[in-house]
Design a protein. Structure first.
Length: 483
């Protein structure tokens, strides 16, 4: 695993780390995730550009259901994190058998959950565009795109689960490489389905689904067969396990995949607030789409493309947040309270610094970025304007993103979920509804910038008060509270 893995072992072994070693560890864990996040964003940019050149109706059809697909992805992520955080805690406590026990149950629960989401997507796909305020001119493409993305969701779920488990074990490199590979495959497959096979918007869904399938297979291979800490298959035992292959152990029954109340109960405690948050936050995004939809096809397209371009700014924040989740999770399992707090604060500071720089670049090059997405002058002009509004909110948006990663690693998900919901529903949607009537799409994005700044402030307040540390006592290491 390299130097980053060696420094992670310092946490599990209870060794002292200097400030430079802590910063080095954060950076080394963050870089692969940041690269993967940025490559994913570039993938979405290229996808959007491919569809954008089919015309504004094609762009609007995907933009209309985009927030609903995010909601589905968020629900899947909540389930994955409910189990992955437990794995991070057990690895931090050097209890690899319990970590694998959680993993086995996660595979079963994630399959059931993703299958339910796919069935739900099929059930509502023909009605969804009209529920969101779309017109008949874009409804057919929008509904088909949403249905196929929903059907392929099982691959997204398992790829996400495997990647999350690998990251919580400290292996950021493999998931990041595979996510970058997925981006390249997505562009290739989309080009084939959209242009060569002339499938249009539906081709974009096929290309993305096929890329997710290949990536999920590879992720599961590296997790279940190749991972030193978590592999479930293969003849070699993990070097970290206390178990050995002896004549007596050869006759033991195979490990069970059956979900148990303790593991599933802890996953619910961690994941349920996240699922509720994703549901209501996704619902808020959908309401925001409903607010934008009456503003016209140009506004829908500009809003969708600007969101995609703006994601380039906050992807580094999400990369650092993933590293923070791993560090805090393993720090908890190891019982290192002071070190955990220090790593959390340094991660947040690094995220703010990087996203501030990204905000400056976005402000400067907004028109050029939008011109890559669409040849329509009205869409470029409106998208660039709203992106420049959003640029001022990037520092506090970074604070909210990385703090949330810290709290997830601690298993503290309820209060952050409440703060997210109050901020989104109480500030953003209220302001967007009022400002859109007078200022159109620019009013919606002004409301967004104000809300993200407010959200960052309340998340920093929660971090600095230190109340989230109270949740650091876990079944894997109750002695942590005495640290």
């Amino acid at each position: 695993m390299g130097k980053g893995g060696d420094l992670l072992a310092y946490i599990r072994d209870g060794r002292t780390m200097s400030r430079s070693e802590r910063l080095q560890l954060i950076v080394q864990l963050s870089i692969p995730s940041i690269l993967a996040q940025i490559s994913a964003t570039v993938m979405f940019l290229i996808d959007a550009a491919m569809v954008g050149h089919l015309g504004e109706k094609a762009t609007a059809s995907i933009g209309l259901v985009e927030t609903t697909t995010w909601l589905m992805g968020g629900l899947g992520s909540a389930v994955n994190m409910g189990f992955s955080v437990q794995v991070a805690h057990f690895i931090g406590a050097n209890d690899f058998e319990k970590a694998r026990r959680v993993l086995r149950q996660a595979l079963v629960c994630s399959f059931v959950w993703s299958l339910s989401l796919s069935v739900g997507a099929i059930a509502i796909h023909s009605f969804l565009p009209y529920w969101l305020g779309g017109g008949a001119d874009i409804a057919r493409d929008a509904s088909l795109y949403f249905m196929y993305i929903g059907v392929f969701g099982i691959f997204f779920q398992f790829g996400g689960l495997a990647g999350s488990m690998l990251k919580c074990s400290g292996n950021m490199k493999i998931p990041s490489i595979l996510n970058i590979l997925m981006c390249c495959m997505d562009v290739l497959f989309n080009y084939i389905f959209i242009y060569i096979m002339d499938m249009g918007v539906v081709g974009a869904a096929y290309g993305t689904g096929l890329a997710e399938l290949v990536t999920a297979v590879l992720m599961l291979y590296f997790l279940l067969v190749r991972s030193d800490m978590l592999r479930l298959f293969g003849h070699e035992k993990s070097p970290h396990s206390s178990s050995h292959l002896t004549p007596s152990t050869l006759h033991l029954p195979p490990p069970s995949f059956r979900p148990t109340s303790d593991v599933v109960g802890t996953a619910l405690k961690i994941g349920a607030p996240m699922a509720l948050q994703h549901t209501l936050m996704g619902g808020a995004q959908i309401v925001s789409t409903v607010i934008v939809a009456p503003l016209g096809t140009v506004a829908i397209a500009a809003n969708s493309l600007a969101i995609t371009v703006e994601s380039l700014c906050y992807m580094p924040g999400y990369g650092i947040a993933e590293a923070a989740t791993t560090l805090v999770g393993q720090g908890i399992g190891a019982g290192q309270q002071r070190l955990t707090r220090s790593l959390a604060n340094m991660s947040v500071g690094l995220g703010i610094a990087i996203m501030t720089l990204m905000g400056i670049l976005m402000f400067a090059f907004a028109p050029e970025l939008m011109s890559l997405m669409s040849p329509v002058h009205e869409i470029i002009r409106e998208g660039a304007y709203v992106m420049r509004i959003e640029a001022f909110a990037e520092p506090m948006f970074a604070a909210a993103i990385v703090c949330n990663g810290v709290f997830i690693g601690a298993g503290n998900t309820l209060k952050p979920a409440i703060m997210n919901l109050v901020s989104m529903w109480g500030v953003r949607l209220t302001l967007a509804w009022k400002l859109s009537a007078t200022y159109g799409l620019r009013g919606v994005w002004t409301a967004m910038a104000i809300e993200l700044t407010f959200r960052g402030i309340i998340f920093l307040t929660h971090l600095w008060r230190g109340n989230w540390c109270k949740s650091l006592v876990t079944p894997s290491n109750e002695a942590f509270s005495k640290g």
